[in-house]
Ligand binder design. Structure first.
Ligand code: IPE
Ligand code: IPE
Ligand code: MG
Length: 243
C-alpha cells in the first residue's frame, strides 16, 4: 500500500458510507464542464480506498449513481457510464493486489451490457479479498432496493423457502442488495447538501451522519481521518439511556 499521509489513529467506525456529491459544482466553479468534475471525483476514490485499512475502516460504501440520476442530460449520463467502465478497467488489478473486495449494489439490469460484464468480472476477481470490503452503489436507490428485496422475498415464500413467521429485521437485511454486509456506522455527504437522497434507507437507520461543506473532488484521506475522529467523540445510544 502506498503512503497516504494519514496519522495513526484507531477509529471504531468500521463501515463508512459516502454520498460523493458536488462534482458538478466543483467543475462549474472552475469554468470546467461537469464531466471534468466527475472525472476528478472518480480519481479521488483511490486515495480514500487506500487510506481505509490503516484507519480501521473494514467496509467502505460509495454512492456513485442514483436511480434518480437517469433524469440528467444524456451526455452527462453517458459520460458517467464511460467513467465507471474506465475506473474498473484501470483499477481492477490494483484492487486485487491491495486486498480489496469490490461489490456493486443497485439495479444492474438498466446498465449497458459492457458495464454489467465489467462489474461481474471485477467482483469475481476480487472475491477472495478481505483487507477492505468496498461496495459501489450504481443505479442505486433505497426505495428501489426495498421493492426488489420484497420481490425476492415473495419469490422465496412462493418457493416455500421463507415463512411469514420468520420475517424479522435480519431476514429483511439478508434480502437487500447489501445482504451479508454490516450496516454503516458513519454516513458522510460532501457538497453541503443536508439530505440522504435515497441512500441506504434501510441500512442507515441508526448511522451517524456528517455533512461536509467541501465538494467530493476535494475530499482526501485526511478528510476521512478527521471525520473518523469526530465520529469517535460521539455517543451512540440506539434508543437506550447510557449510564
Ligand atoms: C455527484 O456530483 C455525482 C453524481 C450524482 C453522479 P453531482 O453531479 O451531483 O454534483 P453537483 O451536486 O451538481 O455539484
Ligand atoms: C446523490 O447526489 C447521488 C450521488 C451522489 C450518486 P445527487 O446530486 O443526485 O442528489 P440530489 O439531487 O442533490 O438530491
Ligand atoms: Mg449533486
Amino acid at each position: 500500500m502506498p503512503n497516504t499521509r494519514v496519522t495513526h489513529f484507531k477509529p471504531s467506525a468500521a463501515h463508512v458510507a459516502i454520498i460523493m456529491d458536488g462534482n458538478g459544482r466543483w467543475a462549474t466553479r472552475r469554468g470546467l464542464p461537469r464531466l471534468a468534475g466527475h472525472k476528478r471525483g472518480v480519481e479521488r476514490v483511490r486515495e480514500v480506498v487506500e487510506a481505509c485499512p490503516e484507519l480501521g475502516v473494514t467496509h467502505l460504501t460509495l454512492y456513485a449513481f442514483s436511480t434518480e440520476n437517469w433524469k440528467r442530460a444524456e451526455d452527462e449520463v453517458a459520460g458517467l457510464m464511460r467513467l465507471f467502465r474506465w475506473y474498473i478497467r484501470k483499477e481492477a488489478a490494483k484492487l486485487v493486489e491491495a486486498g480489496v473486495r469490490l461489490r456493486f449494489i443497485g439495479n444492474r439490469s438498466r446498465l449497458d451490457e459492457g458495464l454489467q460484464k465489467l462489474m461481474a468480472s471485477v467482483e469475481d476477481m476480487t472475491r477472495e479479498n478481505t483487507r477492505l470490503n468496498m461496495t459501489v452503489a450504481i443505479d442505486y436507490g433505497g426505495r428501489d432496493e426495498i421493492i426488489r428485496a420484497t420481490e425476492r422475498m415473495i419469490d422465496a415464500a412462493d418457493a416455500g423457502e421463507l415463512k411469514r413467521s420468520c420475517l424479522d429485521e435480519d431476514t429483511i437485511s439478508r434480502f437487500m442488495d447489501t445482504g451479508g454486509l454490516p450496516d454503516p456506522d458513519l454516513v458522510l455527504r460532501t457538497s453541503g447538501e443536508v439530505r440522504i437522497s435515497n441512500f441506504l434507507l434501510w441500512q442507515a437507520a441508526y448511522a451517524e451522519y456528517n455533512f461536509l461543506d467541501i465538494c467530493w473532488p476535494d475530499f482526501t484521506a485526511e478528510t476521512l481521518s478527521h471525520c473518523l475522529e469526530n465520529y469517535n467523540s460521539r455517543e451512540r445510544r440506539f434508543g437506550a439511556v447510557m449510564g
